[in-house]
Design a binder for this molecule. Structure first.
Ligand code: COA
Length: 192
């Protein structure tokens, strides 16, 4: 599976209410509300970086991380208005020689003023479907801080199983107790 062919250029993922799409400089004002708000960093594992404070720098970072396939980031846009309300990313693709790139991780965040409207749940739903339908990934996982029940809910609503509590693990620059959640290809097939 050539991941570059699947993800570069970044594919648009369209569902009923949202579109996952590239974030461009034209989105800077709305994207700032997603990545340049301290509240978004409470369960993120690091403090806001210079790129994120700058936003334009973060948009450029997204582009270079996409080319390296280190982080594949989509803006979450309301379908009605095309306005960016959040971002979602897939990263850490890895596997074995026999099953290369069979595991990956996702992360997401929504502008605080747009919390509680279902956007994260819709975005996870759309991205999980896209990954299973377009790659050989067998396991999509997410690591969520214990104190972040909203994020656990988003994943469980999308068929992720809470596998257990990882104690005092490293999340970027933070040490915290985190739940490991995952959805396997079989779980996804059986939900259809
Ligand atoms: C976590 C986050 C992505 C959720 O986004 P969102 O768009 O508000 O999520 P949704 O509206 O799709 O769903 C949230 C669910 O959690 C529930 N919820 C919210 N706060 C909760 C709480 N304190 N305890 C339990 N459930 C909670 C909501 O009721 C909703 O469930 P429901 O649809 O069954 O009512 C958002 O709060 C965020 O960006 N947080 C900061 C960054 C972050 O933590 N990202 C995840 C890192 S793993």
């Amino acid at each position: 599976m050539n991941l570059k062919k699947v993800f570069v250029p970044l594919p648009e993922i369209i569902s009923d209410k949202i579109i996952l799409r590239e974030i461009t400089q034209a989105d800077a004002e709305e994207y700032r509300k997603v990545v340049a708000d301290e509240i978004s960093y409470r369960y993120w594992g690091y403090k806001m970086s210079e790129e994120e404070r700058d936003v334009i720098g973060k948009i450029e970072y997204n582009r270079s991380a996409l080319l390296k396939l280190s982080e594949i980031t989509w803006g979450i846009a309301e379908r009605k208005t095309n306005r960016i309300v959040g971002e979602i990313l897939a990263c850490k693709f890895h596997g074995t020689r026999k099953y290369p790139q069979s595991i990956c991780e996702i992360g997401y965040r929504i502008a605080p003023e747009m919390w509680g409207k279902g956007y994260a749940s819709l975005a996870v739903n759309a991205l999980v479907k896209f990954i299973f339908e377009n790659t050989n990934v067998n396991r999509i996982q997410a690591v969520v801080m214990k104190e972040n029940p909203a994020s656990v809910k988003v994943l469980e609503k999308n068929g992720f199983a809470k596998e257990g509590l990882l104690r005092q693990i490293k999340v970027y620059q933070c040490i915290a107790d985190c739940y490991m959640l995952s959805i396997l290809r079989n779980d996804f097939e059986n939900r259809k």
